[in-house]
Design a protein around this ligand. Structure first.
Ligand SMILES: [Zn+2]
Length: 132
């Protein structure tokens, strides 16, 4: 194994995808080559630092704008709508759920405040049974 091979297999090694003879050759080169040993340690240190960074939420609509900017094909109407409102496709089910909750609350409030009072003496239990 040479330094190029080592560098090419670095990702597989860090992902624990090396085993058997390739793993042995990788570790043997790491022990014999100070530059590759330093490279491996630097990459491991960088990974530790990256894991300590806070996750950043991408701005709304970023994915749609990237696709629109990098795609030759014209955006579909739904994609244009999402992009116009800066919506992520993943948000749509949540927004639909929120809209249904609002609709339910408005409907329940309307029934509570504006419903016509029941006509006295016309309870449903006393209504005659339907017969053909
Ligand atoms: Zn090397």
């Amino acid at each position: 194994m040479n330094c190029n091979d080592f560098e090419n297999q670095l990702g597989d090694y860090l992902d624990n995808h090396l085993s058997g003879a390739p793993l042995d050759a990788f570790e043997q080169h790491r022990r014999q080559c100070p530059l590759c040993a330093m490279l491996l340690e630097n990459v491991k240190d960088s990974m530790v630092l990256l894991r300590q960074l806070p996750e950043v939420e991408p701005p709304a609509g970023l994915a749609g704008r990237i696709i629109a900017a990098t795609s030759d094909a014209p955006a579909k109407p739904l994609q244009r709508l999402f992009s116009f409102f800066h919506l992520e496709r993943e948000l749509v089910p949540h927004l639909l759920t929120a809209a249904l909750v609002v609709l339910f609350v408005v409907s329940a409030g309307y029934n509570f405040f504006f419903r016509q009072p029941d006509v006295p003496g016309a309870s449903r239990a006393a209504a005659p049974a339907w017969s053909p």
